[in-house]
Design a protein around this ligand. Structure first.
Ligand code: SF4
Length: 111
């Protein structure tokens, strides 16, 4: 199984876990990427799994706009297969200072 992993402009990475995608009936990440954001970088490969349809270097130069539409859609209608690992130290610090996790993070990677 070849997971999808690519660098984005902010310096972080995005990973898509194909083992989870195999169980996904919606493939909503691709729909969102192609219709909601400005990225248009994801498509389905010959196995029906999401993959990059744009050169990785173009993606790293900003073709992925990092709007996280795919991430949210996957959490809601997919199989929670996408991990954004972005370098945001101020945000990470602010999260540590919260008394409880924000709602959107409560189910992250816990299922
Ligand atoms: S929505 Fe999520 S689980 Fe479904 S194909 Fe896309 S990344 Fe994979």
């Amino acid at each position: 199984m070849n997971d999808v992993k690519f660098n984005v402009f902010s310096g972080g990475t995005v990973t898509i876990d194909h083992a989870r995608c195999m169980k996904c009936a919606t493939k909503v990440c691709v729909e969102v990427c192609q219709t909601v954001g400005n990225g248009f970088i994801l498509g389905l490969n010959e196995d029906g799994l999401p993959h990059l349809i744009v050169d990785e270097q173009q993606v790293a130069r900003g073709a992925c706009v990092e709007d996280m539409g795919c991430l949210l859609a996957c959490q809601i209608k997919g199989e929670n297969a996408i991990i954004f690992d972005l370098y945001m130290p101020e945000y990470e610090q602010a999260l540590k200072e919260l008394e409880e996790k924000p709602v959107y993070m409560r189910s992250l990677r816990e299922n």
